[in-house]
Design a protein around this ligand. Structure first.
Ligand code: KG4
Ligand code: ZN
Length: 352
C-alpha cells in the first residue's frame, strides 16, 4: 500500500511517501526557522501563511522523489491533531482535496502518537508491551503501549515540555531558535563540565510520573543572568542585585551541559518509576525532536540495556517533525479499520 503522508502541525511543512507502513520512499520537510527566529518562537499566523506557500511544492517534491504517479497513491494520511489550528487546517485542506480528487481514503493521525511510530520506520515490528516516551517541543509524556496502536498515558509535563525548556535556555544564552541543537552542540564542546552547576532535577511526588521543567529553566536563568534584587526593607535603601560573572563561552558551555544533564536525568528517573507499571515490558520506544539529542540517545540506550529492553529510537531525520511517521502510522491505522471522511476536523489537542 502506497501512502502519502502530510504534516503541518507547527512550523514544518512535510510530505512523504511510505510503502506498507515501513519503507520510506521520500520524506520532504520545509522548515520555517528563519521566519520565526527574530521572534524567539513560532508565530502562528506566520506559520500558517508559510505552510500555504510551501504545501504544493513539498507535495510535488515528495511524489516526484518517490518515483510514483498520483494514481499510484492508495491512501492519504494527515496529521490532524494536535498543533496550531491555522497550520493544521492548511495540511488538512490539502489532504482532503487530494483524497477527494484521487478517490482514495483519508486517515487522520495524531502527531504525538506518530512520534512514537517514527522509530519503526525501516525496521521490524518490536515486541510488546512497551514503555513509550515522547520528548518534543510541545510534549513530554510517558505511555504504556500494549501494542503499536494503543497508547495509554502514564504521565506528562505539568508545565514546560522538555524541548521548550531547551529552547528557552538557548534563548537565555543568546543562541538561535530552535535552541535544542545549539545546546546539544555547546554541551559537547571540549571542556564542557556537566557538573559545574547543580541544577534541580524535578521529582514531584513520590510516585509521580509527571514532569516539570519550569524550575530548571528558572535556575538556569538565575545562573546566567543573576537573581532579582531582594525586596527593600521598610525605610531602607533597596539592596543591589547580586552580581553575576560575565557569560563567557566557557560558562555558557558549562551551563548548557549542566542543564542538559539535569533535564535528561529527570527523564531517566521517571522511566525508572514507570517501568514497573508496564507488566512484562519488552521494549522502550522513544520519539520526538529531543530524541535527536546526543545525551538523550546515550541515556536511553543505557536505560534499555540496564532493564533488558530493546530500544526503538528514530533515525535522526525522523526525530523532528516529518511526514514519514504520519504516513507510516496512517497505514497501520487504516489496516486496523480506521478511515475518516471529509468531515475530519483539525484539533489543537492530542488524543493520547
Ligand atoms: O518533535 P518536534 O520537531 O516538534 C514538536 O512536535 O514539538 O520537536 C522540536 C523540539 C524543539 O524544541 C527543538 O529544540 C528540539 O526538538 N530538538 C532538540 C534537538 N533537536 C531538536 N533538543 C535537544 N537536542 C537536540 N539535538
Ligand atoms: Zn512533533
Amino acid at each position: 500500500m502506497i501512502v502519502l503522508g502530510i504534516e503541518s502541525s507547527c512550523d514544518e511543512t512535510a510530505a512523504s511517501v511510505v510503502v506498507d507502513g515501513r519503507e520510506v520512499r521520500s520524506s520532504i520537510v520545509a522548515s520555517q526557522y528563519d521566519l520565526h527566529e527574530e521572534f524567539g518562537g513560532v508565530v502562528p499566523e506566520i506559520a500558517s501563511r508559510a505552510h500555504e506557500q510551501h504545501m504544493l511544492p513539498v507535495l510535488r517534491d515528495a511524489i516526484d522523489r518517490a518515483g510514483i504517479q498520483h494514481s499510484d497513491i492508495d491512501l492519504i494520511a494527515i496529521g490532524h491533531r494536535p498543533g496550531l489550528i491555522g497550520s493544521l487546517l492548511v495540511g488538512l485542506s490539502a489532504a482532503k482535496a487530494l483524497a477527494w480528487s484521487l478517490g482514495v481514503p483519508l486517515v487522520g493521525v495524531d502527531h504525538v502518537h506518530a512520534h512514537l511510530y517514527a522509530g519503526m520506520l525501516g525496521r521490524e515490528e518490536p515486541e510488546y508491551p512497551a514503555l513509550g516516551l515522547v520528548v518534543s517541543g510541545g510534549h513530554t509524556s510517558l505511555y504504556s503501549m500494549p501494542d503499536a496502536l494503543r497508547v495509554q498515558r502514564l504521565g506528562s509535563t505539568i508545565d514546560d515540555a522538555i524541548g521548550e525548556a531547551f529552547d528557552k535556555v538557548a534563548s537565555i544564552l543568546g543562541l538561535g531558535h530552535p535552541g535544542g541543537p545549539a545546546i546539544d552542540r555547546l554541551a559537547r564542546e571540549d571542556g564542557a563540565d556537566e557538573r559545574a552547576f547543580d541544577f534541580p532535577v524535578s521529582r514531584l511526588k513520590k510516585d509521580s510520573l509527571d514532569f516539570s521543567y519550569s524550575g530548571l529553566k528558572t535556575a538556569v536563568l538565575y545562573e546566567a543572568k543573576g537573581r532579582p534584587a531582594p525586596p527593600a526593607l521598610p525605610g531602607r535603601d533597596p539592596l543591589p542585585a547580586p552580581e553575576v560573572p560575565p557569560l563567557t563561552q566557557e560558562r555558557m558551555r558549562d551551563i548548557a551541559a549542566s542543564f542538559q544533564r539535569a533535564a535528561v536525568r529527570a527523564l531517566v528517573l521517571k522511566l525508572g518509576r514507570a517501568i514497573d507499571r508496564v507488566e512484562g515490558c519488552r521494549t522502550l520506544i522513544v520519539g520526538g525532536g529531543v530524541s535527536a539529542n546526543t545525551l538523550v540517545r546515550s541515556e536511553m540506550a543505557r536505560f534499555a540495556e540496564d532493564h533488558d529492553l530493546v530500544l526503538i529510537i528514530p533515525r535522526m531525520e525522523y526525530c523532528v517533525d516529518n511526514a514519514a511517521m504520519i504516513a507510516g502510522l496512517g497505514a497501520r491505522l487504516y489496516e486496523n479499520g480506521q478511515a475518516d471522511d471529509l468531515t475530519l476536523s483539525a484539533i489543537p489537542t492530542t488524543a493520547c
